[in-house]
Design a protein around this ligand. Structure first.
Ligand SMILES: [Zn+2]
Length: 261
């Protein structure tokens, strides 16, 4: 999937997710809201707002696109996706385990404001990736909630995920630049979180480059062939992981090949 397609997908996801919230408010059958029976102290939140988590947590059916984005994040790092995504009245986003389910809660209000303020959908993708990082790292298994070391691990994963999906370093950092400078008992300061995300992004793009080099190598494809009076040959051209096949024509006068397209 190209970066552009990812952008379009992300935009559709957040728009659709918002619509899903309103559907949930109006229709109580299959899309109705539900009271979430979740221990507030077990939540791994993105931002230090544990005291602002409401006692009555409501969950709303999220969109298929939300699940799709989460699937793409875990697919980008080569893992299966087994998460339940719920839109909820949390302060920003949180990860927790309910029964045997790995749950990600996110506020549509907060995500929409985040995307507007950062002027990029990648901040929302990084936010979901941060919560996925908590699950994949086992942070949600001990019911202790957020701590600075686990937050930095989740931030590193968020940077890694954005890099793996084709986002730029600036896009990987966008979520963290929106944070206040100071940290708290549960969350590190912004500077540390930016470092963590940058390390994750750097690791992803370095390994992606190595993978691309082994997977795609610029080379001739097959032998030259005649097409009318011309001699043509196909060439596989690889650049930044993108593979295109071009057709070149043999120039008899100077012995060179020239691309036709
Ligand atoms: Zn977190």
């Amino acid at each position: 999937m190209s970066q552009f397609e990812n952008r379009e997908l992300n935009r559709r996801f957040f728009l659709k997710a918002t619509c899903g919230c309103f559907v949930g408010l109006g229709v109580t059958a299959s899309y109705g809201q539900e009271i979430l029976n979740i221990d507030r102290s077990s939540l791994c939140s993105f931002y230090p707002t544990t005291d602002r988590i409401p006692y009555d947590l409501y969950g709303f059916a999220s969109s298929g696109e939300a699940k799709e984005i989460v699937d793409k994040i875990v697919a980008a790092v080569g893992l299966p996706s087994r998460f339940k995504i719920i839109a909820a009245n949390v302060p920003n986003a949180s990860a927790t385990v309910v029964g045997s389910e790995r749950v990600i809660l996110y506020s549509e209000v907060w995500v929409r404001r985040l995307i507007t303020e950062t002027a990029t959908d990648w901040s929302g993708v990084a936010l979901l990736a941060h919560e996925i990082g908590h699950h994949l790292s086992g942070h949600t298994l001990d019911d202790r909630g957020s701590r600075p070391p686990t937050e930095l691990e989740a931030d590193t994963f968020a940077g890694f995920a954005v890099g793996s999906m084709g986002g730029t370093l600036e896009e990987a950092q966008s979520l963290f630049r929106a944070l206040p400078e100071r940290g708290s008992e549960t969350h590190p300061p912004r500077s540390a979180r930016l470092e963590a995300a940058t390390i994750g992004w750097t690791n992803a793009t370095r390994s992606r480059g190595e993978r691309d080099n082994s997977a795609c190598r610029s080379r001739w494809l097959g032998e030259a062939y005649r097409d009318g009076g011309r001699i043509l040959r196909r060439f596989q051209y690889c650049r930044n992981g993108d593979r295109t096949v071009r057709v070149a024509e043999w120039n008899m006068l100077d012995g060179s090949w020239t691309y036709l397209d």
